[in-house]
Ligand binder design. Structure first.
Ligand code: CO
Ligand code: CO
Ligand code: CO
Length: 321
């Protein structure tokens, strides 16, 4: 699907600061010298059973693309596919989850559109603003930068294990992380000043790291020992039934772009391809500002860790150690 989206015609409009070329998190359009509008859309079938949680996580995930650009959200619109056979209470609960989470970000749902469909799908388009000279793209990493990651990896495996009935108890930390806004992390990176950022979603850590590397024509090194994984993820990914299909499709898509050092075990490799919903921010920050970023994140209650660095372009976009 990504390949098709990349074939969209290139815009000649000089005010479209971020368009489709760099697979960035949101489109950015300059309205004046000091104001740009930021726009993003995400929608999914339910990734969790509880309708309220589904609404909350969808909102946190949609807002994340705004925060990844260093922007401030203004309002959201909703997109709903809903079957006739299901009680409208379920939809009301999904909406309530989203409304509550968006309220935490200081915004409301200003409208939307719904259609009848066989399967529930729900999503949000979020519109935000940013100063044109303050946009944080995913393609502007610099050689020598350190890579900082917030939130652990492995949510895809865990939500899919819950769906397949393999995991009876819901692991609290995963849900907490998926519900958590990337707002504080975004505010910290804007305050410190960083070179590039993207949020970790469907392409997994390696997919999004590879977009960051390709966008800047550099190579990204990930030190897998420094990446945090949700506790249960390593155990669960060993069983094929728990594996989201995207682990394999991400691996295939990234063939020729990612290289592993021989000592990175198969469990770790699979988790690095694991698709995340409402994952954390991957931030490329100048080495001299990294310490400041980590301590400001800590002060704001955000867990953040250095997981790699950016180097001159090698044979592969991403090297994993
Ligand atoms: Co994104
Ligand atoms: Co998105
Ligand atoms: Co960005």
């Amino acid at each position: 699907m990504m390949q098709v989206l990349h074939q969209l015609p290139k815009s000649e409009d000089p005010n479209l600061i971020v368009g489709n070329e760099s697979a960035d998190d949101a489109a950015v359009y300059r309205l004046s010298d000091d104001l740009a509008v930021v726009s993003t859309l995400d929608f999914f079938p339910p990734m969790v059973d509880d309708p309220y949680d589904f609404g909350v996580i969808t909102a946190a995930n949609a807002l994340s693309d705004i925060y990844a650009m260093g922007a401030t959200p203004c309002f959201a619109t909703a997109m709903v596919c809903f079957p006739k056979s299901l009680s409208l209470d379920v939809l009301a609960t999904i909406m309530r989850g989203s409304i509550d989470k968006l309220a935490e970000a200081g915004i409301v749902i200003a409208g939307g559109h719904s259609i009848e469909d066989k399967e529930v799908k729900f999503g949000l388009s979020v519109t935000g603003t940013v100063r044109p000279d303050k946009v944080i793209k995913n393609s502007s990493a610099k050689a020598g930068d350190l890579l900082v990651l917030t939130k652990p990896i492995g949510a895809g495996v865990i939500t899919s294990a819950i769906k397949s009935g393999k995991l009876k108890e819901e692991p609290l930390l995963v849900f907490e992380a998926m519900r958590e806004l990337n707002r504080a992390a975004s505010e910290a990176m804007v305050e410190v000043g960083v070179n590039a950022c993207t949020d970790i979603t469907g392409f997994g850590l390696l997919g999004h790291a590879s977009e960051m590397a390709e966008g800047a024509a550099l190579t990204v090194r990930i030190y897998s020992r420094d990446v945090r994984f949700f506790e249960e993820a390593g155990r669960l990914v060993k069983s094929k039934k728990n594996r989201p299909r995207a682990i394999e499709s991400n691996r295939v898509f990234l063939k020729g772009r990612v290289v592993f050092s021989a000592d990175v075990d198969e469990t770790t490799r699979m988790l690095l391809f694991d698709p995340q919903t409402s994952g954390g921010l991957l931030i490329s920050v100048g080495r001299e500002r990294a310490e400041g970023l980590l301590s400001l994140m800590a002060a704001k209650g955000v867990d953040a860790f250095t997981v790699g660095e950016v180097t001159g372009r090698g044979e592969y976009a991403v090297e994993v150690y």
